[in-house]
Design a protein around this ligand. Structure first.
Ligand SMILES: NC(=O)c1ccc[n+]([C@@H]2O[C@H](COP(=O)([O-])OP(=O)(O)OC[C@H]3O[C@@H](n4cnc5c(N)ncnc54)[C@H](O)[C@@H]3O)[C@@H](O)[C@H]2O)c1
Length: 389
């Protein structure tokens, strides 16, 4: 028996969720809903499902095993609550969980009460170098992470053109904090787990776009003392759609991850690991990661940092892991959600060793931190998001 699936919100992401689900051998997409009739009809035709403009009717007329929801950022609450109330046991929700803490708490509480799984598509956890980042940090190969930086910037055409005539209203209901830093805060909670953000100080700028902040730039303090700077812009005139990179500074090593390069950069992932590791240790870690499908080279090399007459480093050998051309794999996480449903676990065989797959509890953590970033920038003051225990 195939899983019966529905999709609510059939725009850029929802249309892709519908075709992804349609391509899965264990799934039958039976119904799709969008308030825009023509969009609903088009996607329904592509995946041979019934089209609805009212998701409440869709939920009444079909008994669904899984519903994917991809409405715009501030409009996640109502379809999620209605889907849970209709008795659907599995929801795949696009990030962010919500744009207000009140909405996030309502959704989290409803999911808990109904014992429903609300998976959240934090797709940036899925690619091979992302899982390598988790592995390296969680196994202490950098010592303790004490500081880091991340930026995730979109081309200015995203907030000015991406949603056609709906663009101004769309981005006016969101911001780079909700749309972009939701990815980054979830990522940091995941790789630095169990640490949580307990203090936020942020700035924003509002000089270019007018209908939404141009950018947010925030300092996050975690309860283990780690401090991290995260920044997301919507006013960059760049060649690509997205620029995305992380740096992690550990007490014994450093990790550099250029996920989507900026001008003059190339993709890359490199962990310069602790001097405590022997070459045999390094090869053992490489073996484990390669078995997990993460293609890495182990390096033992002699860096030679010089500038003019200045020399540093003393000629010692250093050890590192470096990923070969890091690929992006957007649909890995949604595929793992399918496995989680079929195997009835948050750690299916396709997602082992990386903690549980992201659900509403991760969304609640993410939303509290992102809303604290927005509030901090508004008040020009430190804000303390509540921990999620
Ligand atoms: N995981 C990722 O990397 C990623 C990337 C981009 C976007 N997203 C997220 O996906 C979500 C959707 O973004 P998008 O770019 O596809 O937006 P979109 O505007 O293209 O699609 C949203 C759709 O929802 C429909 N809709 C609105 N209200 C509705 C309602 N009450 N009932 C049914 N349909 C309704 C709209 O008509 C539209 O077709 C957002 O939350 C966004 O942040 C995630």
């Amino acid at each position: 028996m195939k899983l019966k699936a529905g999709v609510i919100g059939l725009g850029i992401l929802g249309g892709q969720h519908a075709t992804f689900l349609h391509s899965q051998p264990e799934v039958e997409v039976v119904a799709v809903a969008d308030i825009r009739q023509e969009v609903a009809d088009k996607v329904a035709g592509q995946v041979k499902a019934q089209a609805y403009t009212d998701y409440a009717r869709m939920l009444k007329e079909h008994k669904l095993d899984v519903v994917a929801i991809a409405t715009p950022d501030p409009l996640h609450r109502d379809p999620v609550l209605a889907t849970i109330a209709a008795g659907v046991p599995n929801i795949i929700l696009e990030k962010p969980l919500a744009t207000t803490v009140a909405d996030a708490e309502k959704m989290y509480d409803a999911a808990e009460q109904a014992n429903a799984r609300v998976f959240i598509n934090y797709a940036n956890r899925g690619s091979a170098p992302d899982r390598a980042t988790y592995y390296v940090i969680q196994n202490g190969l950098l010592g303790e992470v004490v500081y880091g930086t991340a930026h995730l910037d979109d081309n200015i055409t995203v907030p000015t053109q991406l949603w056609g005539t709906r663009t101004k209203e769309w981005v006016g209901g969101s911001s780079t904090a909700h749309f972009l830093l939701s990815h980054v805060t979830d990522y940091l909670h995941w790789v630095l787990a169990p640490a949580q953000v307990t203090e936020v100080f942020a700035i924003s700028q509002r000089l270019v776009l007018g209908y939404t902040p141009d950018l947010y730039d925030a300092f996050l303090t975690f309860d283990n003392g780690c401090k991290f700077r995260v920044k997301a812009e919507w006013i960059k005139h760049i060649d690509g759609l997205v620029e995305f990179a992380f740096n992690f500074s550990g007490s014994e090593g450093s990790l550099f991850y250029i996920k989507r390069p900026s001008f003059g950069e190339v993709e890359g992932w490199r962990a310069n690991v602790s001097d405590r590791l022997t070459s045999a240790d390094l090869l053992a870690h490489q073996d484990i990661l390669v078995q997990q499908g993460i293609n890495l080279r182990a390096l033992v090399h002699r860096p030679n940092p010089t500038a003019g007459a200045l020399q540093a480093g003393g000629g010692a050998t250093k050890r590192a892991l470096e990923a070969f051309a890091p690929p992006l794999d957007f649909w890995r996480i949604p595929r793992c959600f399918m496995d989680a449903i079929l195997q009835n676990t948050l750690t299916p065989t396709s997602w082992q060793g990386y903690g549980p797959l992201p659900t509403a509890i991760d969304g609640l953590k993410q939303t509290r931190v992102v809303c604290a970033i927005v509030e901090s920038a508004e008040k020009n003051a430190v804000v303390e998001p509540r921990r999620v225990d």
